[in-house]
Write a protein that binds this ligand. Structure first.
Ligand SMILES: [Zn+2]
Length: 184
């Protein structure tokens, strides 16, 4: 309604300018007619505005309602997504559990810093046993008779596994890495 009035006023202005430019009286009359129509529209708009506050208030409430509800929805939507994500990572990949040392676990390998620096990023495969804290190389005698799970070394380390003191995987893999470097 207001937009219509504004358009009519613009049209009236255009007609007024046209009248000025051409000097044709008909343009002025057209302008007056358009302006009168605009005035009628504005009056009508004012009348509907005086009744409008209830509606606009309701509209504002309606508008703010969904806006206020939207974050809550995204929060509730995000929470199950996060749950399923962590659930998937817990259920999907068979991540072996790291437990505290038990009496039958081998001691932790004492690793030299130079070896540690070499192996810390390696993705060479090491073997872990579910619910035991050490990782091993394949020929470790402690692994005999146990079911092993292969893991990349960096993953085993970030999962909290520690090197086995019997088979000394860090030293073995560091030696392997040195051999690869000198070979290439
Ligand atoms: Zn071992």
């Amino acid at each position: 309604m207001i937009m219509g009035a504004a358009l009519l006023v613009l049209l009236g202005l255009g007609l007024f300018v046209a009248g000025l430019l051409t000097g044709v009286t008909a343009w002025y009359w057209a302008c007056v007619a358009v302006c009168a129509a605009a005035a009628v529209l504005i009056v009508l708009a004012r009348r509907s505005m005086s009744r409008a506050p209830v509606r606009t208030a309701a509209g504002a409430a309606g508008a703010s309602g969904p806006v206020a509800a939207a974050p809550a929805e995204t929060v509730t939507a995000a929470t199950p997504a996060g749950t399923t994500e962590s659930g998937a990572s817990a259920a999907g990949a068979p991540v072996p559990a790291v437990r505290h040392d038990e009496p039958d676990d081998p001691p932790v390998e004492e690793v030299e810093v130079t070896d540690l620096l070499l192996i810390v990023d390696l993705t060479d495969e090491v073997l872990v046993v579910d619910e035991h804290p050490r990782y091993h190389v394949a020929d470790c005698r402690w692994l005999q008779g146990r079911s092993t799970i292969p893991l990349p070394l960096d993953e085993a380390r970030t999962d909290g596994f520690t090197p086995c003191g019997v088979c000394r995987p860090d030293r073995t893999l560091a030696a392997r890495a040195r051999a690869r470097r000198s070979g290439s």
